[in-house]
Each structure stands twice: as structure tokens, then as C-alpha cells.
Ligand binder design. Structure first.
Ligand code: HEC
Length: 127
């Protein structure tokens, strides 16, 4: 009885949080673990060409959470962003968002490259 009540409360709290995140500028409150922090500092995409773009453009901010950039591999921070849909995410990179300059500093990237980069960054950190 109690646990049923509790989980219902939890679920609605989570839902409220997710909604708030999706509709407003969301500051993720869940702190990344040390594993994620370590992963973000060094992880690069497997594909050499994608890795080159990532290191040149995105890594400076997304490897260390500069100006609250969601950390690479910190899936809890990426979840509410992914909920906006890939198209919106790509558009937000192109036009810039918050502390992120337009194109995430990759002026010659196309939509499909951005999509690959986003998918890489949102993939949960491997220990
Ligand atoms: C100068 C720092 C910086 C660089 C370089 C940068 N980002 Fe970001 N990025 C940010 C910050 C800060 C945010 C959080 C923006 C916010 O929600 O206010 C962000 C958010 C994002 C988001 C989430 C957008 C959303 O709608 O929630 C995506 C996707 C993203 N970055 C992709 C990229 C990609 C791909 C690159 C490389 C091509 C890149 N970023 C380069 C700082 C940067």
C-alpha cells in the first residue's frame, strides 16, 4: 500500500521534472559520477573522421561541462534534451543555444554529422 503510493508520487515528481526540463531551460541537478567525468575527458567517437570533428569543435565544452554543457556520456543530462527530438537538437546546435555558439563551432558540419556527434555524446559512459 505504502510502496504503491510512494512510487506513484515518485513517478509524478519525475514526470513534472521531465516536463519542466523539456519546456524550459533545464539545469540538470543530477551530478555526473566520477566515472562519467573521467569518461567525458577522454572519450572520442570510434570513427576517425567523426573523432576529428568532435575534438576540433565539441570536445572543449562537452568534455568538461563548460558553461553547463551536458557532459559527453552523462545520459541523465542528455535524456531531457533527447526528448525534444533529434531534429530540434540539430537545429539548436545550428542556431546556438545558451553558452553554445552557432554550429557548436563546426561551421562545415552538416545535419547528419551533427546527428552522429549528438548520438555519440548522449551515449551513456562506459566505465
Ligand atoms: C563553447 C562551448 C560549446 C561548444 C564548442 C559546443 N557546445 Fe554544445 N552545448 C554547450 C552548452 C553550454 C550547452 C547547453 C545549452 C543550454 O541548454 O543552455 C550545449 C548544448 C548542446 C546540445 C543540447 C541542445 C538542446 O537543445 O538541449 C547539443 C545537441 C549540443 N550542445 C551539441 C554540440 C555539438 C554537436 C557540438 C560540436 C559540433 C557542440 N555542441 C559544441 C556548449 C558548447
Amino acid at each position: 500500500m505504502f510502496s504503491k503510493f510512494f512510487s506513484k508520487q515518485c513517478l509524478s515528481a519525475l514526470f513534472a521534472l521531465a516536463t519542466a526540463c523539456a519546456t524550459s531551460a533545464c539545469t540538470d541537478t543530477s551530478q555526473p559520477s566520477q566515472t562519467i567525468v573521467n569518461y567525458a575527458q577522454s572519450a572520442v567517437p570510434d570513427d576517425a573522421q567523426v573523432a576529428e570533428v568532435y575534438q576540433r569543435s565539441c570536445m572543449a565544452c562537452h568534455s568538461r561541462g563548460a558553461s553547463d554543457a551536458p557532459l559527453t556520456g552523462h545520459s541523465a543530462a542528455w535524456q531531457p534534451r533527447l526528448a525534444q527530438g533529434m531534429e530540434t537538437l540539430v537545429n539548436n546546435v545550428v542556431s546556438g543555444k545558451g553558452g553554445m555558439p552557432p554550429y557548436g563551432l563546426c561551421m562545415d558540419c552538416n545535419a547528419s554529422e551533427f546527428q552522429t556527434l549528438i548520438t555519440f555524446m548522449a551515449t551513456p559512459a562506459k566505465p
